[in-house]
Each structure stands twice: as structure tokens, then as C-alpha cells.
Design a binder for this molecule. Structure first.
Ligand SMILES: Nc1ncnc2c1ncn2[C@@H]1O[C@H](COP(=O)(O)OP(=O)(O)OP(=O)(O)O)[C@@H](O)[C@H]1O
Ligand code: SF4
Ligand SMILES: [Mg+2]
Length: 386
């Protein structure tokens, strides 16, 4: 298959443009027009996933929207408990319902809404059209079956294939994920593999049906730096070769900078900020994102003290009213007791903060003296964390 190129012109456009001067054409009149933007592979609209618990309703995901295009990587970042994994599990409907409930929203995979699908209808979607890679491969690989059995089963579930071809296909997939000695690994059990090898086996399983969407939840957190780089490279190759859309969940802003095209910053079940990766790193427009960047070590500013965001993410059964970040935000004012909408402050760059426009314009914002040492003035933020 030819490498996926999102900027490629349509075949007809290329032929026509190469054949004769475009001005000589009367039909079609749009020979020079590039391919129209493709519909996103995944579009999540106003998703709300709640847990009904003894302590009340936990609004773990509470009105989240984003989309991922073909061949693109969207990173979802945020502190522990922000709702990243619940968002991912909701998309593939892997949550136990009850106690979980998708109370509203749409999850459009290639334009088809997954929310109303029954468990039986979801089966061919999982693995076939969308696959998930988890942080801990041990939890998704069965210790009593060989790697070959498990990847083979994933292939059999979605494709008609003979036993002999299945083995060859498993070996091909193991080779594709750069597993050493694939002919030997195919007959090994998970406990015989290193952490990185298990992760590769899981990725091979995820790739077995050439899914349109891969959801990777902290896929490299348990791995050493070298293995992490290899796994990220593998995901990049998948995107470029097969046009796979990747939803990457991670704590690691370094991984985001290296891997993602677009970023969603989640806080307390909501989207705090959303932008392409360059814009977000150059000029974060939400105090929470700014706080995340300020807690990052930087090689170019070794003298600076890292600054933690004070406090913790509130429990989803007890979110504060108004802006959910206001209990920790150094810029909070009375107005923040009203909920700020997520608005587009700059092209493609959205923020849910009453001060987002001021931050974008570099205007000084009023923050209290008690916290003034924690967050620089708005003008000073423009340099961001790039
Ligand atoms: N089964 C459940 N019942 C009740 N609450 C739950 C359940 N699963 C998750 N939650 C809550 O939903 C919120 C979001 O959890 P989630 O696992 O999505 O966080 P996360 O952003 O992935 O965090 P981490 O970075 O630690 O993986 C948390 O407050 C969590 O306690
Ligand atoms: S709306 Fe207010 S509390 Fe929320 S992030 Fe902005 S300044 Fe902080
Ligand atoms: Mg998680």
C-alpha cells in the first residue's frame, strides 16, 4: 500500500494537472482543487459518562468533544483522575454498565454512532475497526495461551483465514512490530517475554485487522526510555503507512511534543483546552495547562524550580460549581463561580477560561498576591513551554 499522504491531491486532479495546462480545461472546472478535508475517523460529541455509586453520581466524563482525523494523533493529557481512561473505555464501550452509564453524547466512528449499539453489535467494531492498547500488557494477554494463539484468535474473529495462513500472518505481524525472532516468539507464552516484547505483541494484536483507530492508554509508561521510543516510532509508522488514527492518552508532555498533532487537555471530566500541538506548547491559554507545563523539567532552564499545581483533582462526585479548576487556580476571581464555555480564542485553539482572550492577547490579568509567585503575568506566558 502506498504511504498515506493527507496532502495528496485526488488521482484525477493529479492526472489532469500533469497532462495539460489547467487553464485549457473546461471540465472538470476544479482540476487544481485539492482533496476536500476528510471526515474524521473518530468524532466524540458532548460525551457524558457517569458512574452511579453509593457516594453519589461520579461525573467522570462530563461533556467532552473532540475528533481525530485519518493518519493523525490526538493526545489526551491531564492529571490522574481527569477522566482520560474513562473517555477511552467509553469509546469502545468497555466499561461495566452499570455502574457506568453513557448518559448522553455521540461517538461517531467513521460516521456511525457507537452509543446505541448493543454489546453484540460492538464486537466486530472492537478489534475490527478500532483497537485499544493498554498501559499494562499483562492485563490483556492471557498467561495460559501462546502469543501466536492470542494474535491468531484476534485475526480469526474478524477475518476468514486458514490455520496455516493464520500462523504466517501472526509471524508477519510480529515482524511488523519489530519483534526479534518472530518464528520463535509465536510459540512463546507471555511470561517468556520482556515488558517491551509483551507490549509489541499487544500492538501486533491491535494491528491484526488493520483498524482505522487505535486508542493507546499510557502505552509506554511501564517501559524504559529506549523501548518507549521504539513503541512510539511503531505507532508513527502505523499512522504513516496505514493512515491509522491514533488517540494517545499520556501523562508525559514530552511524548506529546514528539508524537501528537493535536492535544486535548482534560480537567475534572471536561476539556480545559484544545489546540494543535505547536500552538499549545507555544502559548497555552488555560491556567491549568500553564500549570502542567510549569511542572515539567526543562533542559534549557535548569535553574528554575519546578512548580506543582497546588491541591488535587476534585472527586467527580463533588466537583465545584462554575469553573472546576477554580479551587486550585491562581487566577480565580468571583466570575469563575460561573462556568466558562470552551471557546475558540485563536484559530483552532479553544480554552475554557474567562481569561483566555486576555492570555492570548498577552494582557495582564488580575491575580491575587498570595499566588502571584506561582503563575507569571499573562504577558510572561506567551513564551509558553516550547
Ligand atoms: N468504576 C468506577 N466507579 C466509580 N468511579 C470511577 C470508576 N472508574 C473510574 N472512576 C472515576 O472516574 C474518574 C476518572 O478516572 P480515569 O480512570 O478516567 O482517570 P485518568 O484520567 O485515566 O487517570 P490516570 O491518569 O490515573 O489513569 C476518577 O475520579 C475515577 O475515580
Ligand atoms: S475560569 Fe477562572 S478559575 Fe477557571 S481557569 Fe479561568 S481564571 Fe481559573
Ligand atoms: Mg487512566
Amino acid at each position: 500500500m502506498a504511504p498515506y499522504n493527507p496532502k495528496a491531491k485526488t488521482a484525477i486532479g493529479l492526472r489532469l494537472a500533469a497532462g495539460r495546462p489547467v487553464a485549457a480545461f473546461t471540465w472538470p472546472p476544479f482540476a487544481e482543487v485539492e482533496t476536500l478535508p476528510e471526515a474524521p475517523v473518530l468524532e466524540v460529541r458532548d460525551l457524558r459518562t457517569y458512574f452511579h455509586t453509593e457516594r453519589g453520581t461520579a461525573r467522570a466524563v462530563d461533556g467532552v468533544s473532540f475528533s481525530v482525523g485519518r493518519g493523525r494523533t490526538l493526545a489526551v493529557v491531564g492529571e490522574s483522575g481527569c477522566g482520560k481512561t474513562v473517555t477511552a473505555l467509553s469509546i469502545l464501550k468497555l466499561l461495566n454498565m452499570p455502574p457506568a452509564e453513557i448518559v448522553s453524547g455521540q461517538i461517531l466512528l467513521d460516521g456511525r454512532d457507537l452509543v446505541p449499539l448493543t454489546p453484540k453489535e460492538m464486537q466486530p467494531v472492537r478489534g475490527g475497526q478500532a483497537a485499544m492498547i493498554f498501559q499494562e500488557p499483562a492485563t490483556s494477554l492471557n498467561p495460559v495461551f501462546t502469543v501466536g494463539d492470542q494474535i491468531g484468535e484476534a485475526i480469526r474473529m474478524h477475518r476468514r483465514i486458514s490455520k496455516q495462513d493464520e500462523r504466517a500472518e501472526v509471524i508477519r505481524l510480529l515482524r511488523e512490530v519489530r519483534m526479534s525472532e518472530p518464528e520463535r516468539r509465536v510459540d512463546q507464552y507471555p511470561h517468556e517475554l520482556s515488558g517491551g516484547m509483551k507490549q509489541r505483541a499487544m500492538i501486533a494484536m491491535a494491528l491484526s485487522c488493520n483498524p482505522k483507530l487505535i486508542i493507546a492508554d499510557e502505552p509506554t509508561t511501564a517501559l524504559d526510555v529506549t523501548m518507549q521510543a521504539r513503541i512510539l516510532e511503531l505507532l508513527r509508522q502505523m499512522r504513516e503507512t496505514h493512515g491509522t488514527a491514533v488517540l494517545l492518552i499520556t501523562h508525559d508532555l514530552g511524548v506529546v511534543a514528539e508524537t501528537a498533532d493535536d492535544v486535548v487537555v482534560m480537567y475534572a471530566g471536561r476539556v480545559a483546552e484544545q489546540a494543535d500541538v505547536r500552538s499549545l506548547f507555544a502559548k497555552p491559554l488555560h491556567p491549568y495547562s500553564i500549570g502542567l507545563f510549569k511542572s515539567l523539567p526543562r533542559v534549557d532552564r535548569s535553574e528554575e524550580r519546578l512548580q506543582e499545581i497546588p491541591g488535587n483533582v476534585p472527586s467527580p462526585t463533588k466537583f465545584p460549581s462554575g469553573c472546576r479548576f477554580r479551587t486550585r487556580c491562581p487566577l480565580a476571581v468571583a466570575k469563575c463561580s460561573e462556568e466558562p464555555p470552551l471557546v475558540e480564542v485563536e484559530p483552532g485553539h479553544r480554552s475554557a477560561c474567562w481569561f483566555a482572550a486576555d492570555l492570548a492577547a498577552g494582557r495582564e490579568v488580575n491575580f491575587t498576591a498570595s499566588v502571584s509567585s506561582q503563575v507569571p503575568k499573562a504577558a510572561g506566558l506567551a513564551g509558553g513551554a516550547a
